[in-house]
Design a protein around this ligand. Structure first.
Ligand code: SF4
Length: 398
C-alpha cells in the first residue's frame, strides 16, 4: 500500500521545518531502500520565477530542501540541488533572491541546470516526446527527488510533485509541450526519470492564479511519499480537489506510475480532513476593469484551457493590453458553431479543440496553449506582446 505522511510544522524557523521533514521521511520508512551510498541524488525544488518574497508560496523554501539534502547525506549519498526556472527566467536570480546561496556557502551544490551541458535521454513509449532534451546532471542522477510547493496551476489545476519535474527539460521543449500536450508531456518525463520521493513544501502555498501570480496561503505543512502519484492525490485532496480533477494524476495513474485511490493510500500523521483547505481556483478569480467582451467556454472545454484563458486575461491587463479585448469573442473548447456577431476580425479561437473553426477567426494553437500565445491572439498584429517561451525552432527541440 502506498504511504503518504502529512506533518504540521511547529514554527517557521529552520529547526521546526527540519523536524517536520524528518518526521515525514521517518513515517514513510526512511530513505535506505531508495537512496544507496554514493548515489548522486538530484533534488529538484521549484524555482519557477523570481518572487517578490521567497515565502509567497511560489518557490520551494531552502529550509525544506536543506532538510532533505541532510538526510540524503546521512545515507552516504551525494545531494545535488538543481533546477531550471521557466523559459525566459534566469535561474540564478531565483537562487539568489530565495537565499539558496547560504546552502552553497555550507558546501551544498545548488546548480542552475540551464548552465549545464545539454543532453538527451530516450523516452520509451512516450506520448508526446521520444527523448527528453535535458542536462548532464539529470542523465547522470541515480535518483531524483521532487520538492514542489503546493500551488494551484492555471493549466493543470494543481502543481505538485508530478508537474514540478517539467522543468527538467530545456526551454525549447517546454514550449513544444504547450503545442503538443502538457499533461502527456509531463508524464512522459515522469515515466522516464522515475522519481523516488516527493516532498511537498506546503508551508506557504499559492491559490488562485498560481503558479506565479497566486495569493499566498499559509498551511504550515510538509507532505512526503515514495509514491509521487499518491502524494499528488493526497495533496490535491488537501487542497479541496477531487483526486481525479488534476489531469496529471489521472494520466500518471493510468500509466501505472502510482496510486490515486485514497482508499488504497495510507495517510500517516495528520489526516486529510484535519488540514483540509479549499484552494481558490484560477477560474474563480475576478478580473475587474476589463472592457466588454464575450467569453465562450464550451461545456467540453478542459480546465487547462479555461484556467489558461483566465490567467491570460490577467496577463493582458497586467501588460496594459486590455483595450484589445474590447468587443472580442474568445472561444474555448470544442464548440460546433460561433455565436451571432462573431466575425473573422473579432474572434479568438483558443486551443487545438477550435482548429476546425480556424478560418473564422484568429486561431491560437496548443493543448492548452501557453498564456502568452492567448494574449498575442487577442492583441493580434497590433503589438508584439513579448515571449515567455524561447524562440528555438520546434524541430530542433522535439
Ligand atoms: S485544446 Fe481542447 S483538449 Fe486541449 S486543453 Fe484545451 S479544451 Fe482541453
Amino acid at each position: 500500500m502506498s504511504v503518504v505522511s502529512i506533518e504540521k510544522t511547529k514554527g517557521n524557523d529552520y529547526e521546526s521545518i527540519r523536524a517536520a521533514v524528518r518526521k515525514c521521511i521517518d513515517d514513510i520508512g526512511g530513505l535506505s531502500d531508495i537512496i544507496k551510498p554514493r548515489y548522486k541524488v538530484l533534488i529538484k525544488p521549484n524555482f519557477v520565477a523570481v518572487p517578490d518574497d521567497r515565502c509567497s508560496g511560489g518557490v520551494t523554501r531552502w529550509e525544506v530542501v536543506k532538510a532533505i539534502a541532510e538526510r540524503v547525506k546521512e545515507e552516504g549519498a551525494i545531494p545535488i540541488i538543481a533546477e531550471s526556472s521557466v523559459a525566459g527566467v534566469d535561474t540564478e536570480q531565483v537562487i539568489q533572491k530565495c537565499e539558496y546561496q547560504q546552502l552553497r556557502d555550507e558546501g551544498y551544490e545548488v546548480i542552475d541546470l540551464k548552465k549545464r551541458k545539454i543532453t538527451k535521454i530516450p523516452v520509451e513509449n512516450g506520448k508526446v516526446i521520444d527523448a527528453m532534451t535535458t542536462w548532464d546532471l539529470v542523465a547522470e542522477a541515480d535518483a531524483v527527488i521532487t520538492v514542489p510547493v503546493m500551488k494551484t496551476h492555471d493549466q493543470t489545476e494543481v502543481t505538485l510533485g508530478l508537474k514540478n519535474l517539467k522543468e527538467l527539460i530545456a526551454d525549447g521543449q517546454k514550449k513544444y509541450f504547450h503545442s503538443h500536450g502538457v499533461v502527456n508531456g509531463v508524464i512522459d518525463i515522469i515515466q522516464t526519470v522515475k522519481p523516488v520521493l516527493s516532498v511537498i513544501d506546503a508551508t506557504f502555498c499559492q491559490q488562485g492564479l498560481g503558479p506565479i501570480f497566486g495569493e499566498t496561503v499559509e498551511m504550515d505543512l510538509i507532505l512526503a511519499s515514495k509514491d509521487v502519484v499518491a502524494c499528488d492525490a493526497v495533496g490535491s485532496a488537501v487542497m479541496g480537489y477531487e483526486v481525479d480533477a488534476p489531469m496529471l494524476t489521472v494520466e500518471a495513474h493510468s500509466r501505472g506510475l502510482g496510486e490515486m485511490d485514497l482508499d488504497k493510500i495510507e495517510v500517516k500523521g495528520e489526516t486529510i480532513e484535519s488540514v483540509y483547505h479549499r484552494f481558490k481556483r484560477s477560474s474563480e478569480v475576478e478580473i475587474p476593469g476589463l472592457p466588454p467582451y464575450t467569453l465562450l467556454f464550451d461545456e467540453g472545454a478542459c480546465t487547462g484551457c479555461r484556467n489558461t484563458v483566465i490567467s491570460a486575461l490577467m496577463d493582458l491587463k497586467a501588460g496594459g493590453y486590455e483595450k484589445y479585448l474590447e468587443g472580442k469573442y474568445v472561444v474555448v473548447g470544442p464548440v460546433k458553431e460561433l455565436p451571432e456577431g462573431a466575425t473573422k476580425e473579432n474572434t479568438v479561437l483558443v486551443g487545438r479543440c477550435t482548429k476546425h473553426l480556424e478560418e473564422y477567426g484568429r486561431w491560437v494553437p496548443g493543448c492548452p496553449p501557453g498564456n502568452v500565445f492567448v494574449v498575442q491572439g487577442i492583441v493580434g498584429d497590433a503589438e508584439e506582446v513579448g515571449r515567455r517561451y524561447s524562440d528555438e525552432k520546434e524541430d530542433d527541440i522535439k
